[in-house]
Design a protein around this ligand. Sequence first.
Ligand SMILES: [Zn+2]
Ligand SMILES: [Zn+2]
Length: 177
Amino acid sequence: MMEIKKYEKESEHLRKTRPTKDEYFMLLANLVSLRGTCPRLKVGAIAVKDGYILASGYNGAPSKMDHCIDVGCLMVDGHCHRVVHAEQNVVSMAARKGISLEGATLYVTHFPCDTCLKILINAGIKEIVYGKMYKNEVTEVLLKEAEEKGLIKIRQFKLDKERVKVFLDEVMKDEND
Ligand SMILES: [Zn+2]
Ligand SMILES: [Zn+2]
């Protein structure tokens, strides 16, 4: 026999532990960042459109090349030049797989550098959502112009620590608990 059954208690629990879209995508960007290979900063990013994940990237050496964690950072003026930035890896992955990023939103763990910002604009990214501020005055100057010209939007979204704990507890919960 067919019936509609409401699991009130479970549904209520699910409503509380279900991430919002911003939380969901920012959490994923943070999980991606765990794969980063530069000890100076772990950055992760994902491009999404209409709720779909199009591509992901983290900061690390070009594929098949040596990692900072194994051979050391290649430092120039206080910046590591061995790694490809997470945002650039998102664009690279999309290029390799023939995926258009036109009109997509990029969730990234940190405020982008000016090079990444310029690449994202040219890749057709229309919105950047970043987690942590990573001061870059050049980016801010370029952003001001890009926003005024309606090329791209940017906003900050910070993950709440307690909420993240709730999500991870859900993930690790034993079904029989
Ligand atoms: Zn490095
Ligand atoms: Zn960058």
